[in-house]
Design a protein around this ligand. Structure first.
Ligand code: UD1
Length: 418
């Protein structure tokens, strides 16, 4: 199995352009289905989750492939609306295809999406929103059969601001007659990016980024070119890496406003951070202190996806930092791996307390999930000796070239593929 090896203890220096956002490009790839024509995506990261989306598009009869650095999709030839189980299992966000396929064809068939790595991840809110638009849903032998001969726009209130349910509802509403108003929508920047893409191809969506999103359905669409927004979680990962290892790095292409809660935590821990248009710089002498209490929350709160990497940054800090995970039930699977490196972390239910230790030691560890795997990269950079990370396919779901990026900043890191 492939693994990443890190020789820890090097300071990180330099500048890095951050990749396009995974959580933005996946719903956008589903959204391409709404227009029976061509979409060109720029700044699209080459991730295994993107390849999984391409496989789904091709299965549906669409054309999708890389032309140089651009990902080009043509959904004109789309000929089917069912997604087989093995493609659904590859990633959780395959469920976003449901709203888009329904809007395009008036029916869809798929199994429940894969991924329970963070605890139970129900899709009840997705299905409730689609039902309210007029879709009929039934389950047969583990398959979800959806029919919507006619969907009609209406007011929908989500009982909690789920990112995926918001995206699914928006995509389905694009195919519904009249106006849909979505209340208590998730406010993540990736939803605003989805809106930008939808508007670029002729759909009428406004309000994304706020908790009320309005969609006027059944607009005529046209070919579009879109540049994917920068990945704020990849940025948070690299900021955490510099915080942990020490050094000075400038991240380019990022929107510092999307990272305000992450930079606030790293600043509280003693890092010097400045942000400007399209850039963030972080300086750390590697000797951090407690960041107090970090509570994950829907955007604009502290992102659950940054919990593991910021935790890894604080393992050698002076004092104790308390993490409270409010989004997912089981998001501390990386803790056991970090303990192998000498970390002192106690977990009780949704609370993890990190008590800083003077030294971390390199160890053989395994990525348990995407962001938990990224936390091992951060810890490995700050540890004494060699860290060998296995099961890196988790990391490759969300980071296009973590080894190349970190090496460009001076890390001693290599990828051994087999
Ligand atoms: C998205 C992100 C993921 C991030 C998460 C929270 C993508 C591809 N993934 O995931 O990286 O960690 O947002 O910021 O964008 N819930 C229900 N019923 C539902 C849907 C969700 O109870 O129908 C619950 C979930 O179990 C979870 C919470 O709502 O506890 C938030 O989940 P949600 O915002 O939907 O996350 P995802 O869209 O799955």
């Amino acid at each position: 199995m492939s693994h990443i090896t890190i020789q820890g203890g090097r300071r990180l220096e330099g500048a890095l352009t951050v990749q396009g956002a995974k959580n933005s490009v996946l719903p956008i790839l589903a959204a391409t289905i709404l227009h029976p024509g061509r979409t060109v995506l720029r700044g699209c990261p080459r991730l295994s989750d993107v390849e999984a989306s391409i496989r789904i598009l091709r299965h549906l009869g669409c054309l999708a492939g890389w032309e140089g650095e651009e990902l080009v999709v043509d959904t004109g030839p789309m000929s089917r609306g069912d997604i087989p189980d093995h493609l659904m299992r590859e990633m959780r966000s395959s469920v976003i295809f449901l709203g888009a396929i329904l809007a395009r064809l008036g029916w869809a068939e798929m199994s429940y999406p894969g991924g329970c790595e963070l605890g139970p991840r129900p899709i009840d809110l997705h299905l409730a929103a689609l039902r309210q638009l007029g879709a009929e849903l039934k389950e047969e032998g583990g398959r979800l059969l959806c029919g919507a001969r006619r969907m009609t726009g209406r007011e929908i209130a989500l009982s909690l601001p789920s990112v995926g349910a918001t995206e699914n509802a928006i995509l389905a509403a694009c195919g519904a007659e009249g106006e849909t108003i979505l209340f208590n929508a998730a406010r993540e920047p990736e939803i605003a990016d989805l809106q930008d893409f939808l508007c670029a191809m002729g759909c009428k969506v406004r309000g994304a980024g706020s908790s009320t999103v309005c969609v006027m359905g059944r607009q005529s669409t046209h070919d579009a070119v879109h540049t994917v927004m920068p990945d704020r979680i990849a940025a948070a990962t690299y900021l955490s890496a510099v915080a942990a290892a020490g050094g000075q790095v400038e991240l380019l292409g990022v929107d510092y406003r999307h990272l305000s809660t992450v930079t606030a935590a790293l600043h509280a821990a003693g890092c010097q951070i400045t942000g400007g248009e399209g850039r963030i710089s972080l300086r750390s002498d590697g000797a951090l202190r407690s960041a107090g209490t970090v509570r994950t929350a829907p955007y604009p709160g502290f992102p659950t996806d940054a919990q593991a990497v910021v935790m890894a940054a604080l393992l050698r800090s002076q004092g104790a930092t308390v993490f409270v995970e409010n989004i997912f039930e089981n998001r501390y699977r990386h803790v056991d791996e970090l303990r192998r490196m000498g970390a002192d972390i106690s977990v009780a239910d949704r609370v993890a307390v990190v008590t800083g230790v003077p030294r971390l030691f390199g160890a053989d560890v395994r990525a348990t999930d995407l962001r938990g795997g990224a936390a091992l990269l951060v810890a490995g950079l700050a540890a004494k000796g060699t860290t060998r990370i296995g099961d890196i396919y988790h990391i490759q779901r969300g980071y296009a070239d973590p080894v190349g990026d970190l090496r460009a900043l001076g890390a001693e890191i290599s990828l051994e593929e087999d």
